[in-house]
Structures are given as C-alpha cells and as structure tokens.
Design a protein around this ligand. Structure first.
Ligand SMILES: [Zn+2]
Length: 335
C-alpha cells in the first residue's frame, strides 16, 4: 500500500507492505483523513513520536476485512475510529471506565501508525459506524468534535456561568464555540484572522476580537462583562504566549480550560490564578456518540471549516499550506 511516512525530519510517500490484522482487529481502507495541529506539532519537531511512523488520526474508511474474533457485521461498513488503542481493559482507569487514559494506551497516528495510508489495522472496539447522512468530509470532524464536547464533560457549567471566551478560532475553537452555543453560553471569540472571526460570528459567536488590532484584550472582555471578565476561558490557540491574556480575561473564581498541546516549555505566571482563585481544567479525546449526533442533527456545522483538500501524494504541500496561512482551518487529505 501507499503510505505517508514521517521519519522524524520529513514525510515521504512510500510503498510499504499492507498491515496484518490480529484476530481482534479489522482492516480498513481509508477514504479521507484530516490533518490537525497535533500532526503539525509532530512534523515541526515539538511533539516527539517514535519514527518511522504514519501520521493521521481523524479519518473515515470502509472495513475491508475482519479478524477471526470480530463481529462479521462490521464488513463493508463506513467507520471512523477512536484514537486510544492498545487498551488493557484491566488497569485502574479501565476499571473506572476511563479507557482514554488506560496506562497502556497508545494513540493512533501519534504513538503507532495512523491513517495517512491506503490501509490501517484497527481494534474493533475503537470503531464507530458513520450514519449515511454524514459525508466523508464531515466525518473527519467526528474525532475533534468529540474533543470539543469533552471540554464540558470535564468543566461543569454552573448557574453563574453565562459567558465563555474562546481564544483561538481554528478548527477546535470553532467546534468548541458551537458546542458552547448548544449549552446556552454567550460566546466571545478571539483570533488573529478576520476570516475566522467572521465565520465564528456566522456560527453564533456574539462578540469577536481581533488580537492583532486590540492592545488590551482582557480589558475588552471586561467591557463586555460588566467589568468582571469571562466566567470561562478556553485556550485553543496552540500558542503559549496567549496564556497571560487568557488568565487576565477570566473573572475571579472563574474557570480556565487548556486545550492546546504546545509540546514546548510554557512559562506561566500563576500568581493571579492563586490570588483570584481560578480553576484550571484540561481535556483530551471525547464522546464520539455526541459528536456523531451533533453533526447528524445539523446542530454543529463543519463543512465551512474545510479550507483545503489535497491528494495523499500532495501531503507535503498540504502541511506547507497549513503552516503558512493564518486563515487556515482544516485540511482534508483524499486517500
Ligand atoms: Zn487500562
């Protein structure tokens, strides 16, 4: 099969042998895959991975073969997959039902081979069937949308929480903003790209702030919130430099949720967090069922978030265009 192999320095398209499946696995022919900030962080050298590796963890494919122990009804189904594989179903976290934090887990496309290839072997417990009315392109948003839902699984919305500020309106920020809207929150969006800010407004963000045009963002957010600051502030910037403004934009006793995986040392002054009794939250992965339902119901719009489509053979061009444009939201790779 053809696969995009990352060797720690560069990605090349190579012919490699097809993956062999275990009795508990299925073989999936990949149709489309998305690339995301995590992939970019790996390629830029910020997130260490074992190499050589096939990247890619947001994808759609058709089950082509099933292992001996797998329900035959999976054959020919159109699926997407959760990313935490190698689950032992036996550790402290597994016994609590928190499989995404299993101590033996490995992330697909990050720790083990992913979906930027014609074929991928997957444990059947990771699979989710995609309903007919969700297109292949839309389905590549299921994994990141699940992560957007997880923000509010980890961070409760209390009665006093009315306003949420979202820093960074890339794919994840725009998905989180739509989930926040479903939760009845009023949203303030902060980004550097007028294109993203305009789209955010269209998708239900009430106030937008261009970070390049405003000197004092916490001040602007306080002006929108009776001088208090936002009840909740999300970091989806991928940029640790934004953390100072994020903390300062949160009201006293408010909540901050970190979604960025910078992969680099992050200097941060926590004094204000202590003095004003802020609570820090974080999250990763999330409930696929809610994400599938969100897209299926039309409550979450994802088509407009697609910026570019490339063929697998153009993978380097795809990463280049992602790196260069600050208006970029989501790239889809047709396999
Ligand atoms: Zn476990």
């Amino acid at each position: 099969m053809k696969a995009a192999i990352f060797n720690g320095k560069e990605i090349t398209i190579r012919n490699v042998s097809d993956p062999k499946i275990k009795d508990s696995e299925v073989l999936v022919r990949v149709k489309v895959a998305g690339i995301c900030g995590t992939d970019l962080a790996i390629v830029n050298g910020y997130l260490p991975t074992p190499t050589p590796i096939i990247l890619g963890h947001e994808f759609v494919g058709i089950v082509e073969k099933v292992g001996k122990d797998v329900d035959k009804s999976w054959l020919n189904k159109r699926i997407t997959s959760e990313i935490n594989t190698n689950i032992d179903f036996n550790c402290y976290y597994c016994k609590l039902g928190i499989y995404t934090q299993c101590i033996s887990r490995k992330a697909i496309g990050i720790d083990v081979d992913g979906a930027l290839a014609e074929l991928i072997a997957l444990e059947s417990y990771l699979l989710h069937e995609i309903p007919d009315f969700i297109s292949d392109d839309e389905a590549t948003f299921i994994e990141p949308l699940a992560a957007a839902f997880q923000v509010f699984e980890m961070m409760p919305i209390d009665d006093d929480d009315k306003v949420i500020a979202i820093f960074g309106l890339g794919k994840l920020g725009l998905l989180i903003s739509q989930v926040a809207k479903l939760k009845g929150l009023e949203i303030i969006g902060v980004d550097e790209s007028d294109r993203k800010l305009k789209l955010a407004k269209k998708l239900g963000v009430k106030e937008i702030i261009n970070r390049l045009k405003e000197k004092n963002i916490p001040n602007v957010i306080q002006n929108f919130t009776d001088g208090l600051g936002a009840d909740m502030v999300i970091d989806a910037t991928g940029n640790p430099d934004a953390l100072g403004d994020i903390i300062a934009s949160c009201r006293t006793r408010g909540k901050i949720h970190i979604k960025s995986t910078y992969g680099i040392e992050t200097p941060i002054n926590l004094t204000d967090v202590v003095v004003r009794e802020l609570t820090l939250y974080s999250s990763r992965c999330g409930p696929f069922e809610k994400a599938i339902e969100g897209i299926k119901s039309g409550n979450i719009k994802v088509e407009e978030l697609i910026s570019d489509k490339f063929q697998l053979s153009e993978i380097n061009k795809a990463f280049e265009s992602y790196k260069l444009s600050q208006d970029h939201i989501k790239t889809i790779i047709q396999i």
